[in-house]
Design a binder for this molecule. Structure first.
Ligand code: PMP
Length: 293
């Protein structure tokens, strides 16, 4: 079956899907995106993703390409036409096509691209196996709450991780604190057993998976703390993991070549993975999508 993409009003074969060379997304990275997990045929956290898209678009003063309801219909149609049960939907909105010039064009018409891709279903065994992360300086701009398509530092960081044999790079700010991964949120269980992830602020993208995990912890009566943590604290941690729409909740067993705890998936990490999967199956995603910065 051939893949279908939605591009500016049309459903087209994926191989032929294209935007104009003067699309501002292509020329200036003047656009935003969302990635929504599909789990067992259902979108996880659709409302959260749409609220965050609204936040990103609003902060950059890019118009919605169509109403929220219409976008929801297009997304559903792309999923249906590609027959994706487990996988993800990618949504990109840019400030549209205009003669190349830095200021906003006068009457911009936002561009919209929606694609969908199959992925293997959530496999807890694989997620529990544990991956390595490295820490590198966070050289990004200062608005990580906006899900911008301008991902060059993230691309370079992820490549550096791969070349070091690691799965992810954790980004470290000028104060020595881990903000997040290049495409995921970062979590530790401190040596005192405290579950910690960076608070929502300009410093991180407030992940929809992160929000689900926080709500799942809350429901189970597990205490957590939303605050910055340092690389030293992470190196001393008992457990660590990352969260994202495509990695779900993945154990981290090495940081900068050093074992985390005993080097195996931690007890709380394993429990949070179970709670997370139950949570999205029961609730479909976070119910409180609160603040984005
Ligand atoms: N931080 C960054 C920088 C990301 O790119 C992502 C994934 N898009 C996340 C965090 C996790 O967000 P989510 O759980 O919504 O996928």
């Amino acid at each position: 079956m051939s893949r279908i993409a939605y591009v500016n009003g049309q459903y087209v074969p994926h191989l032929e899907a294209a935007v104009h060379v003067e699309d501002r997304g292509y020329q200036f990275a003047d656009g935003v995106y969302e990635v929504i997990t599909l789990h067992g045929g259902r979108m996880v956290g659709e409302k959260g993703h749409m609220d965050r898209l609204d936040h990103s678009l609003g902060e950059l003063r890019i118009d919605w390409p169509m109403s929220r309801q219409a976008l929801s219909v297009v997304i559903g149609e792309v999923i249906r036409r590609n027959r994706v049960g487990d996988g993800f939907v990618y949504i990109q909105v840019t400030r549209g096509v205009a003669r190349r010039d830095h200021p906003f064009p006068e009457n911009p018409e936002s561009s919209l691209v929606v694609t969908a891709r199959r992925m293997p279903p959530i496999d807890k065994e694989t997620l529990r196996q544990g991956v390595s992360v490295i820490t590198i300086p966070d050289i990004r701009w200062k608005r990580h709450d906006i899900k911008s398509v301008s991902l060059l530092p993230n691309v370079l960081g992820k490549q550096q991780a791969r070349e070091a044999g690691a799965y992810e790079a954790w980004l470290v700010d000028d104060d020595g604190n881990v903000t997040e991964g290049t495409s995921s949120n970062a979590w530790i269980v401190t040596k005192d057993g405290e579950l910690v992830t960076h608070n929502a602020s300009y410093a991180i993208l407030n992940g929809i998976t992160r929000l689900s995990v926080l709500e799942a912890a809350d429901e189970a009566g597990i205490k957590f703390s939303e605050r910055p943590f340092s690389v030293d604290e992470a190196l001393e941690a008992k457990e660590a993991f990352i969260t994202s729409s495509t990695s779900h909740l993945k154990a981290v067993t090495r940081i900068d070549g050093q074992s985390v705890g005993n080097g195996h998936v931690g007890e709380l990490t394993g429990r949070m993975l179970d709670l997370y999967v139950d949570f999205i199956e029961n609730h479909g995603g976070p119910r409180h999508t609160g603040t984005w910065n």
